[in-house]
Design a protein around this ligand. Structure first.
Ligand code: HGY
Ligand code: MN
Ligand code: MN
Length: 406
């Protein structure tokens, strides 16, 4: 960050060593784990260091205010958590760019006509508790507090226990109308996670829509047994049913225009090489432009799983774990931002975001920064220093224009 606030790529270097995953590559930063704790500490210090007043809300989100929290606030920011083995930019770019853009406005002597805040949302990736955008869903009432607090992580800890250990009162978790009433507009900058800006040849764009997306668990149950003494004819092997189902999922998705279905995570119990599994859990992520297409595809996958399970003398159970419907961002904020930035392109995305979840409760908008690899949720995710700087420039210009209005 230069003193004059000259254009510079956001200082992602400050957090580059936090949460590196030496096994998977990339970063693993999950709600209230050690990496998240360090990132939160960094954010609080960085925000306070530029004169913002930091406040932790009841749902684990962090708010850094320029001016007294009040109605009509212009809020920007994103998330700091990652997927397992995720990239460096998904989330942090929006947080660091927001701090840089606000600091530049401060240094320039700009005085906003409305409160301004930088926010860090909790558990956007849902990597610890399985629900995407957990912090913004709790804030906006998109997920009932009771349901959320009972969520468990891989070690069996509940969200309530983890929140309490982090110093929050789980009994207060849930929709926060007082805080929502302060938000006039939430503008999130995010690295693009597809190829739109590459193909258009421009560094920055605005968001038009976010695909509806959900997560389901397929639980195949059979009979655990000995790999050597159990004849093939005597088996009820859930791994065979799971494998046959997974092999079909891609074709079932391809048969529905624009639909996507992914299995990136499988868990077999007990997990011995010389043991026939007793249970295999398969997690499904599915998305499409029309929510009913996603629902129909998931139903078809569930039926396919049941048929393969029956053929193996096993059972299959489909459980919905997370759902966010398709969101079309409101025209007003997007047009105001395009008015301030000039004719930046408007892009749809298949990636979920807190700005899409919050759109149910307050006006929201997004800026995208070009990712020349077109790869995300992987260590190859990237944005050049020049494009990151263009993102901060765009965010500062948009904030200056939007905060100059009451
Ligand atoms: O899964 C998503 O689309 C987002 O990155 N949470
Ligand atoms: Mn992500
Ligand atoms: Mn993200």
């Amino acid at each position: 960050m230069t003193e004059t606030g000259a254009t510079s790529a956001p200082a992602l270097a400050e957090i580059a060593d936090i949460g590196r995953d030496t096994v998977r590559g990339g970063y693993s930063r999950h709600l209230f784990d050690e990496a998240d704790r360090q990132l939160r500490e960094w954010f609080v210090a960085r925000a306070a260091g530029i004169g913002l007043d930091v406040d932790h809300d009841r749902n684990g989100n962090i708010w850094a205010w320029w001016g007294p929290p009040g109605p009509g606030a212009l809020v920007t920011g994103s998330h700091l958590d990652s997927v397992p083995g995720g990239g460096a930019f998904d989330g942090p770019l929006g947080v660091v760019s927001a701090l840089d853009a606000v600091q530049r406005l401060m240094v320039s002597g700009f005085r906003p006509s409305r409160p301004v805040a930088v926010v860090v949302f909790a558990e956007e990736e849902g990597s610890r508790f399985g629900v995407a955008c957990l912090g913004s869903k709790l804030l906006s009432g998109g997920l009932a507090a009771g349901t959320a607090l009972a969520l468990t992580d891989a070690s069996g800890c509940t969200l309530a226990e983890v929140m309490a250990a982090a110093g929050l009162d789980p009994a207060r978790a849930g929709r926060d109308d007082a805080l929502l009433s302060r938000i006039g507009l939430f503008l999130e900058l995010h690295v693009e996670q597809g190829r739109g800006l590459i193909d258009l040849g421009v560094p920055v764009g605005v968001a038009s829509s976010v695909l509806g997306h959900g997560r389901w668990r397929l639980r195949f149950a059979g009979q655990g047994n000995h790999a050597g003494t159990t004849l093939m004819s005597d088996r009820r092997d859930p791994m065979v049913a799971a494998g046959a189902t997974i092999a079909q999922i891609a074709d079932l998705a391809r048969a529905r225009a624009g639909a996507r279905a992914t299995v990136g995570r499988v868990d077999a119990a007990p997990g011995g090489t010389n043991v026939i599994a007793s249970r295999v859990d398969v997690w499904l992520d599915s998305r499409a432009e029309e929510d009913e297409v996603t629902r129909a595809l998931v139903a078809e996958i569930g039926a396919t799983a049941a048929a393969h399970a029956a053929a193996q003398g096993c059972t299959a159970e489909l459980t919905e774990q997370s759902w966010s419907g398709t969101v079309h961002f409101p025209d007003g904020p997007r047009m105001a931002i395009r008015g301030a930035l000039g004719d930046v392109p408007a892009l749809p995305t298949g990636a979920g975001h807190d700005a899409a979840v919050l759109a149910a409760a307050v006006p929201t908008a997004m800026l995208y920064v070009r990712n020349p690899t077109g790869i995300s949720h992987a260590p190859e995710e990237f944005a050049s220093a020049e494009d990151c700087a263009a993102g901060v420039d765009a965010l500062e210009t948009a904030l200056r224009s939007l905060a100059g209005r009451s």
